[in-house]
Design a binder for this molecule. Structure first.
Ligand SMILES: [Cu+2]
Length: 612
């Protein structure tokens, strides 16, 4: 409650100052309305000023969604705030209690909140059109659900592009039992990406002009921006453009939306605002890191300090020490670091495409800072990323003959009597140019396990980088058994037209995916594209095959599938109802990389049985 009061208090002060400075003259009001966007001297709240609320307290909590001007990185932007800030408040819960959250929609459009990674009744999941009708403008929706897990999670809008405008925050659930993680102080670290453009126009740009935000491969549309950003002359820009046009593939297409439009944020602060995380020498600091970005993957490190990874997607893992890790959109990782001395250390979150970074400082006193590392070179996709590594050599891109292709078709939907293998799964599958339609123009002929691959641009710096193969559940999660059914799901897309989907179909063209209630199911995902896609399943865990076994494979709510990767997850279909299953890159989801999963009583039709 105190944070709520503080929030209201600070807003009242802001409003009073507003009246004093502008209320006396109509001219002042006019100037205020027409001030240039970079005039930061007016009294507008800064982003990143968020509190903390306990949603399992008796009386519950209230969240207020509003359109509001905020200073983001020193410049005024139009945000969707939650209780006056982006990110929204840290919502705390205690395992074993009931959460009670009243969401008041003061926007001029419908909204929603999805509790990311939380197991709950499907009508509390917050996806308009799938689990509920959404929250109309001006109305209040009450979420109430039992809290059956613990760990670090987050929440965000599932309506349109609202997430891109700041509609997200962290969710922390205290365990009912003693926390096995040992730490002295803890901090929220919410990474995100912000644009001063209307997200609808970002999407339009992506749809209409290929590589709009990709400065390495300029287009006419962004030639001015590129000259400004690179300091190159018009001639140089054009030369570079022509060089790229000669290539059929685009090895720099690491990210579709880049620092060309994004300001990268840590707890709502741009890098030069330097959010600080205070700790004394010798203290163990737990950083609860969530990637709440719309599109941005981050590579996170603290130069000079090893990090002990203790949790992934809210689930305790066997502690593993590393120096850097890539966090895909929507993933969470908890790391513990010990401040060794009376010095400052930089918490550095470099974007995967190296077009920018978010940054904060871990230090014993306010006002301290450490060196900011030099940004590394923009990574290039490799032949391996294009699925052309076969027996150590390169595989041609041209198609196999039709007959050869068909004989290698994957089993579409395989039933196994005694259960499928759960260890030493096949390391690669071969598949040809396939029947996945015009949305699938890419050419990976071999998909293979990449659990040991740290990701494009990582692994050559002389320090350790975490990979999925290092993730092991701290304790064997319940409900583990061999799956009895499996199917293959291709991640498909056409980056030239910005079409994304599964098995060559956009959401609007697709059927729902049916899980049979109570079954243990395997999905083998094959990424046919040259981009990484963080795939998120609502309502049920995905047990990631990380090279271990039934006891140790970690549970994830979001799995990053790298280019040409074969990635396997097992799912216990224990949550009746309808659920979303999608790529968590916001603009990919909007472009069609989304499916509805129905947990049904019978796979042979039958209606969705929410009371099973
Ligand atoms: Cu995607």
């Amino acid at each position: 409650m105190t944070d709520q009061c503080r929030f209201i208090g600070s807003r009242l002060i802001t409003r009073r100052r507003f009246l004093v400075t502008t209320g006396s003259s109509a001219l002042a009001g006019y100037l205020l309305l027409n001030r240039p966007a970079w005039a930061a001297d007016v009294d507008v709240a800064r982003a990143g000023n968020f509190g903390q609320l306990d949603a399992t307290a008796e009386e519950g909590i209230d969240l207020y969604l509003e359109n509001q001007d905020l200073l983001v990185g020193g410049r005024i932007g139009r945000a969707i705030t939650i209780n006056g800030s982006i990110p929204g408040p840290v919502i705390r819960m205690t395992e074993g209690r009931d959460a009670l959250i009243r969401v008041h929609n003061r926007l001029h459009e419908a909204t929603s909140i999805h509790w990311h990674g939380i197991l709950l009744p499907f009508d509390m999941d917050g996806v308009p059109g799938i689990s509920f009708a959404g929250i109309p403008a001006g109305e209040t929706f009450t979420y109430r659900f039992p809290v059956r897990q613990n760990g670090t999670y987050w929440y965000h809008s599932h309506s349109g592009f609202q997430e891109q405008r700041g509609h997200y925050g962290q969710l922390i659930i205290e365990p009912a039992q003693t926390d096995p993680v040992d730490y002295d102080v803890e901090y929220t670290v919410v990474l995100s990406d912000w644009t001063f453009e209307d997200p609808h126009s970002v999407f339009r740009n992506l749809k209409t002009i290929e590589g709009y935000y990709n400065f390495q491969r300029p287009t006419l549309a962004n030639i001015d921006d590129q000259m400004r950003a690179t300091g190159m002359s018009l001639g140089e820009v054009i030369d570079k453009r022509l060089a790229w046009q000669g290539m059929r593939m685009d090895p720099t297409d690491i990210a579709d939306v880049t620092g060309a439009t994004y300001t990268f944020l840590m707890n709502g602060k741009a890098a030069d605002e330097n959010p600080i995380f205070l700790a004394q020498p010798g203290q163990k600091v737990r950083l609860r890191i969530v990637n709440a970005s719309a599109q941005t993957f981050y590579d996170v490190r603290i130069p000079g300090l090893p990090m002990t990874m203790v949790q992934a997607d809210g689930q305790n893992i066997k502690p593993v020490e590393t120096d850097e890790f890539r966090i895909a959109v929507a993933e969470t990782y908890d790391v513990v670091v010990t401040l060794p001395d009376d010095q400052a250390y930089t918490l550095f979150a470099e974007t995967m495409d190296r077009s920018g970074y978010a940054r904060g400082t871990l230090a014993p006193r306010d006002g301290m800072a450490a060196a900011i590392p030099e940004r590394r070179r923009r990574p290039m996709l490799t032949m391996a990323d294009m699925g052309m590594m076969m027996n150590g050599g390169m595989q041609g891109m041209e198609g196999m003959s039709r007959g050869e292709h068909e004989s290698m078709q994957m089993p579409k939907d395989r039933q196994a009597e005694g259960g499928l293998p759960t260890e030493n799964l096949i390391s690669r599958v071969k598949h040809g140019p396939d029947g996945h339609g015009p949305a699938s123009i890419t050419m990976a002929q071999t998909a293979y396990r990449r659990l040991d691959y740290p990701g494009a641009g990582l692994g050559d710096d002389g320090w350790r980088v975490l990979t999925y193969s290092q993730l092991r559940a701290r304790e064997r999660p319940p409900l583990r058994r061999p799956p009895t059914r499996e199917f293959y799901l291709h991640l498909t897309g056409n980056m030239h037209q910005f079409i994304w989907g599964f098995d060559g179909k956009k959401w609007s063209e697709s059927d729902m995916i049916r899980f049979q209630y109570g079954e243990r199911l395997r999905i083998n995902m094959i990424n046919d594209t040259m981009m990484s896609h963080p795939i998120h399943l609502h309502g049920m865990w995905m047990d990631l095959y990380a090279g271990g076994n039934l006891d140790t494979n970690p549970r994830k709510h979001t799995v990053n599938v790298q280019p040409a990767e074969l990635l396997t997850v097992d799912i216990t279909a224990d949550a009746p109802g309808q659920w979303a299953f999608h790529c968590h890159l916001l603009y990919h989801m909007e472009a069609g990389m989304f499916r509805t999963v129905a947990v049904v009583r019978s796979l042979q039709g039958g209606s969705i049985d929410a009371d099973a």
